[in-house]
Every structure is written in structure tokens, then in C-alpha cells.
Design a protein around this ligand. Structure first.
Ligand SMILES: C[S@@+](CC[C@H](N)C(=O)[O-])C[C@H]1O[C@@H](n2cnc3c(N)ncnc32)[C@H](O)[C@@H]1O
Length: 221
């Protein structure tokens, strides 16, 4: 098992091929004041969130995957149509998964419903063959319920995903000896979960501060 961490712009990098792309790109919530409301001054939006170009990601995803490969891409509801329309030209759209946060941050609670969902788009490259493990479940639904991070698992990143959710996705979509790529590592949650499960992974992070968090978390020199 190998854990590779690369400090680079993953959108302009020359990539190898992988069995699974599992990644959490910027949500573009900072654009057009989308995350601003009467009671939210946009504090959750970081500089990496501005001007994210979804099309650049759409352009590189199909070539990243082996013939039986899978792509799982986190996104905001405002990005759903761009990714579904863009990627469906090259890949098979299997499901829209919903991560329902049981303890959402109550932004805007006085004036609107509190957003408690995040989305994961599930695409396969092949129409006939891909990896889907039921494990001990009779079936798996498109909803996954778990709280946002609290306590010791949390690093200083506004978008860090829970290991429980990432491990569930990895167990569902990989076989032994598969390789995983994360183009937007943040604190390195995908890589850390791969390490714990004995899966080889390659992760990219452009920001020096977050890259150093990843290095420490993954115990890489
Ligand atoms: C939504 S966060 C990922 C958080 C991650 N899922 C976690 O659990 O920590 C997206 C990350 O992508 C990084 N990023 C943005 N554009 C990038 C690019 N072109 N190449 C590599 N990393 C990039 C940002 O610095 C940010 O840390």
C-alpha cells in the first residue's frame, strides 16, 4: 500500500489512471454572494472557493479513470446541474447520494430552512462493469446520515469530511489493490481513510497550509 501526496494544481497536472476518484472540490459558494444571507456573512467561505471552474474538472475526470473506474464527487446543490450535464457526456450517472448532516450549522435559521444536506455524484466509466460492494447490507440507499465533525478528528479546515462517511464510500467502491485519487485533499481525509483501510492513494493539495496538515496527518516526511 502506498500513500502519495503531491503539492500541485491537480487541474493542470498530467495524471495517471486510477480505479476510483473520490474527491471534494471547492463548492463555489463564495461566488455571487451565494453563501451570504441576512445572518451569514460568508465566513465559512475561504479563498479557494472563489472562481472555481467546474468545467476544468469535468474535462479531466474521464481520462483519470481506468475502463471499470468510478468517480464520486462531492458538490453543492448549485453545482449539481453543471456536473451532471457535463460528466454525463462521458460517464454513466448512477446515483445522486445525499449526506444528511444530523447536526448542521444553523446558518440563516431565522429566515429560511437550514441546509442539512451535501451531495455526492456517482458516475461509472463503463456501462456494464464497475465495483459496488454490498458488504453485510441487504441494500444501500442514496442517503447517509452522520453528524458533521466534532472533537479530535477536526483540523483547521472549513470543509473537512467525516472519516466515517469516507470509509463507507471506500468500502463500497473499491476492491483490494485498487488505487484511489483525491484531487482536492484539504486535510487529507480520503488519504487517511485509505491508509487505515490498506488502500493505495494519490492526493493533491495546492495550498501550503493544508498540504502541511495532510503531511502531518498522514505521517509523511
Ligand atoms: C473542499 S476542500 C477539501 C476538504 C477535504 N475533503 C477534507 O476532508 O479535508 C477543497 C480543497 O481543495 C484545494 N484546492 C482547490 N483548488 C485546487 C487545485 N486546483 N489543485 C489542488 N488542490 C486544490 C483547496 O485548497 C482545499 O483545501
Amino acid at each position: 500500500m502506498a500513500t502519495e501526496l503531491i503539492k500541485a494544481d491537480s487541474l493542470t497536472y498530467t495524471h495517471k489512471k486510477y480505479d476510483l476518484l473520490l474527491t471534494d472540490p471547492p463548492y463555489s459558494l463564495a461566488i455571487d454572494n451565494a453563501c451570504y444571507s441576512r445572518h451569514n456573512n460568508g465566513a465559512a467561505c475561504k479563498e479557494f472557493d472563489y472562481n472555481f471552474n467546474e468545467q476544468k474538472l469535468i474535462d479531466i475526470v474521464p481520462d483519470l479513470l481506468y475502463e471499470n473506474g468510478t468517480a464520486l464527487i462531492f458538490c453543492a446543490r448549485t453545482q449539481l446541474s453543471k456536473y451532471i450535464d457535463g460528466l454525463s457526456k462521458y460517464l454513466y450517472f448512477k446515483n445522486l447520494l445525499v449526506w444528511h448532516k444530523t447536526n448542521p450549522a444553523p446558518f440563516g435559521r431565522e429566515s429560511k430552512y437550514v441546509n442539512s444536506d451535501e451531495y455526492i455524484l456517482y458516475f461509472t466509466k463503463n456501462s456494464k462493469k464497475w465495483t459496488f460492494n454490498l458488504e453485510h447490507y441487504p441494500f444501500k440507499t442514496t442517503y447517509y446520515f452522520t453528524p458533521i465533525l466534532q472533537g479530535s478528528e477536526r483540523f483547521n479546515h472549513p470543509c473537512q469530511k467525516p472519516e466515517k462517511l469516507i470509509k463507507y464510500l471506500l468500502k463500497t467502491h473499491t476492491h483490494q489493490n485498487d488505487t484511489v485519487v483525491d484531487l482536492f485533499a484539504g486535510t487529507g481525509t480520503v488519504a487517511k481513510c485509505c491508509q487505515d483501510l490498506g488502500i493505495s492513494s494519490t492526493s493533491f493539495e495546492i495550498n501550503e497550509y493544508y498540504y502541511n496538515i495532510c503531511k502531518k496527518r498522514l505521517d509523511i516526511d
